[in-house]
Design a protein around this ligand. Structure first.
Ligand code: 1HE
Length: 267
């Protein structure tokens, strides 16, 4: 079983602070954090370990001026892969990204520069995305003679809809700034995306871990189900989450007036 302390990382950095907030950094800035096979291996191990080691929230970043330039095109060209080899590579990407989306630990991506191709596929496996003014989203596969293989047809289409995704792929259209927020690629725009992502991660970490597990796992699972099955699964998850012992103190605080009230002005 993977533990954070046992991980041997070369292309990524991982730290966890005293509040249980992890920071995962893609660390190949000289290659614009392109995703080679070894980086995907490391992400798989990291996101396998995080939920088991009690991490409460995670910030995902990229070193340098760009979050991620997608598939390592140079490695792909050199490997001259057979179709079945690339299929297995894609399945490996899915393994890593599914561990993120379904792992139950809130992941907040802090994005700058290029968030393109597989880089967008990676960012869309996070639960929330924060951009700075340098960030731009693209799916340049169409222009490279390629196709998405890391889950964009599911996650990017889910974020922005099929028609916008097809436009991005056919024409190379990029989204940035307020447009990226309004189409749903980003949740927040900030001057300092990393600081904002940290602030959000800390706010998420104030929730009970079991509640966050449900938010960052059950909602995705339920989207894969029929409405009837999703409603049934929701009732089962709510049965477990809404009766957890640590929630009783929060409910008691609400009852006696000491618990927080929702303020119309909160962000
Ligand atoms: C790379 C990669 C890469 C940079 N694979 N090595 N992704 C793309 O089509 C994006 C390809 N990259 C770019 O368009 C540009 O590099 C950027 C806009 C991201 C950055 O531009 P710039 O001018 O800052 O950097 P650069 O000079 O282009 O690249 C710097 C180095 O990074 C250079 O290596 P060097 O050894 O010559 O210095 C580049 O080769 C290297 N580099 N991007 C490998 N992607 C599961 S299917 C997923 C499908 C996809 O993701 S398709 C990929 C889409």
């Amino acid at each position: 079983m993977s533990r954070i302390a046992d991980l041997k990382l070369t292309h990524t950095l991982l730290s966890v602070d005293d509040d249980g907030i992890a920071t995962v950094t893609l660390n190949r800035p000289e290659k614009r954090n392109a995703l080679n096979e070894a980086t995907i291996d490391e992400l798989t191990e990291i996101f396998r370990a995080l939920p088991r080691d009690g991490v409460r929230a995670c910030v995902l970043t990229g070193a340098g001026d760009h979050f991620c330039a997608g598939l390592d095109l140079v490695e792909h060209h050199a490997a001259d892969r057979a179709p079945e080899d690339f299929m297995h590579l894609c399945l490996h990407w899915h393994e890593a990204f599914n561990k993120m989306e379904y792992g139950g630990v809130p992941i907040i991506a802090a994005l700058q520069g290029a968030v393109v191709g597989g880089g967008l596929e990676l960012a869309s496996a996070a639960h929330l995305r924060v951009i700075d003014d340098s960030a731009y989203f693209g799916l340049p596969e169409g222009q490279r003679g390629l196709f998405t293989g890391g889950g964009a047809t599911i996650r990017v289409a889910d974020l922005i809809g099929k028609s916008r995704m097809i436009d991005m792929m056919l024409t190379g259209r990029l989204y940035r700034g307020d447009d990226a927020v309004s189409v749903g690629l980003a949740n927040y725009r900030a001057e300092d995306a990393r600081a904002k992502a940290n602030e959000i991660a800390r706010r998420c970490a104030e929730n009970l871990p079991l509640t966050n597990f449900a938010i960052c796992s059950a909602i995705s699972h339920m989207q894969n189900m029929s409405p009837l099955d999703a409603a049934y699964a929701e009732s089962v998850v709510a049965g477990v989450v809404n009766t957890q012992a640590p929630a009783r103190a929060r409910l008691a605080a609400f009852r006696d007036g000491s618990g927080p009230r929702i303020k119309p002005t909160q962000g």
